[in-house]
Design a protein around this ligand. Sequence first.
Ligand SMILES: [Zn+2]
Length: 407
Amino acid sequence: MSEKSLYGLPEKVIHCQRCVMHNQKPYSVNEVTHAKGSKKSGMPVDEEGVCSACRFAEEKKKIVNWDEREEKLLKLLDQYRRKDGYYDVLVSGSGGKDSMYIAHVLRHRYGMHPLTVTYAPLLYTDVGRNNVWNWGRRAGADNYVFTANPDVAGVLAREGFSNLLHPLQPFKFGIKSFATKLAMRFGIELVMYGESGVEYGSGGNDTAEDATYDMSLYTNDAKDIYLGGVHMDLLKEKYKFSEHDLYPYLPIRSHEVVGYKIRVEHLGHYIKWDPQTMFFYVAENCDFEADSQRTDSTHGKYSGVDDKFESLHFYCQYIKFYIGRCRYDTSQEIRGGHITREEGIALLEQFEREVPERYLADCLDFMGVSEEFFWKTVDHARSPHLWRKEGHKWIAHQELPSMRELI
Ligand SMILES: [Zn+2]
């Protein structure tokens, strides 16, 4: 391999032999310092051809004693459960199946008093709006929805798309600090997330007994802050944004958390995390609504259906890393034992390369970019080690053999 890798990922694509993921999956990067041209490292695939997410799934099955883990969860919740009925745990989410599940089990199985908070998607789908509207009601919890100023959100999405081919980068960064900011404001000392990033190969494997996350993961004292790949000072100058306009996207500084005792946990450490099981649970217990039609670029209709931007986000990932929505979904289903690798490949062949047309025009309109600019930017972001042009066609020359030509 001698073709240049645009994002600092390994030049040779190594496919996992168990799932359909590969080593172009970026390992977690610190998003706030993510400037244009930042380098990433890829998810390891070991000498036996198995990726770190599959190894984690294997350890989850073999090593982890889930009864003991639930005992630990009960002890943890006992420390925080309040007798006066005030909020004792904060759950942040869109009202999708995962967050609905977390709030419902905390309330009904473990007798907690969750406050649910939502950092609204950039562009709600109809089904997403219904689910967030019903989230609190069905979980038996209060819900606050925060909607970022669309004038600022649209500009940041455009910068993220233009510079990083990552329109959701500023939004995801906003979400990251949102729960802790709200927990501080409401005086809630426990924040519960769902699955940990290691489930998808986004960080080192951690099956350790201690799941407590250090607050340093949620604070950031970097001097230079980049949003959508642009330095904050430049954003202020270019768009006349004030510090306040950008506040929802800014990290929490370590001096701000002094005096607060906030514990951040992942329920997935204590309860075996399986998206399909969660979907059945919320469909049965919370009247959770799946989409009425198949999601673009994949075969399912109940994961990540809240934001119109979600499909575009995954398509951008496919262009940059060969990892589209179907690849994420099928890899997880293979690891969960729901489908075989062969079935996963058949699904990829059918859906992975699909252009997400359903909401594309809405997203482009929100960002204020033309379709011509969109395709120019997409093609510019194709790394030569992954793509080459033959005539008018792009060839994905390191994809699985049956998927090298775009459909
Ligand atoms: Zn794998």
